[in-house]
Ligand binder design. Structure first.
Ligand code: NI
Ligand code: MN
Length: 211
């Protein structure tokens, strides 16, 4: 099935904050001064005709090491002279491939030019599949808690439902981006249950009908 599902939401007019969805878990966040691409996935993404060469961004945020979340991260960062922000292991791997990176780890946050980013827990796996079917460990899978222009946005990455989501919800989320695809992540029922913990003003489902 080839759905084309590119949507944009103008979250606030002033200061301007805009969110664009390219399908799967791939989003562009535009703040007044910065463009952040979350979990780049274009060439193999059946939901978007957009190609990575058409994206302009200052930062590439990567939730975990599976290729449907970061296969084009290095290409994107290099083409834009941008910085990849991810966990420590992924940052090291992509830095070795010639990208500028900034690594942190779950529970840690950093204040960067676009705002504040905390990596949260995610219950999932995270590895690069080598051609021989062995897996290169790429650190803990994460969610991304981004606060830019005073608006907290949570991109859950690929995760199961977990009770500590209520700690993430305590910040008063404006937006939660939640996987609903089942099998590899939360399904719909668990994603709906997660809203009791996260209590966002707006929730957007992601990571479904891609494969
Ligand atoms: Ni994954
Ligand atoms: Mn995935």
């Amino acid at each position: 099935m080839n759905f084309i599902r590119v949507h944009s939401w103008l979250l606030t007019p002033e200061p301007r904050m805009k969110l664009t969805y390219f399908g799967h878990s791939c989003f562009l966040v535009e703040t007044a001064a910065h463009r952040l691409l979350i979990d780049p996935f274009f060439a193999k993404n059946p939901h978007t005709p957009v190609r990575v060469s058409g994206i302009r961004c200052d930062y590439v945020l990567v939730s975990h090491g599976h290729d449907d979340h970061c296969e084009e991260a290095v290409e994107l960062a290099r083409a834009n002279d941008g910085t990849i922000v991810s966990n420590y292991e992924i940052a090291n791997r992509f830095e070795a491939q010639g990208a500028k990176t900034f690594g942190l780890n779950p529970g840690g946050a950093a204040t960067l030019p676009f705002g504040r980013l905390k990596l949260t827990l995610a219950h999932h796996s995270s590895g690069f599949e080598r051609p021989d079917a062995t897996s290169l460990y790429l650190g803990a899978p994460c969610g991304l808690l981004l606060t830019a222009d005073g608006k907290p946005l949570y991109h859950a990455g690929d995760t199961a439902l977990f009770l500590d989501m209520q700690l993430i919800g305590r910040v008063g989320l404006d937006i939660a981006l939640l996987p609903i695809g089942d099998r590899f992540t939360m399904g719909i029922e668990d994603a709906v249950a997660s809203l009791d913990f996260l209590r966002p003003k707006l929730a957007i489902p992601m990571h479904y009908n891609s494969f």
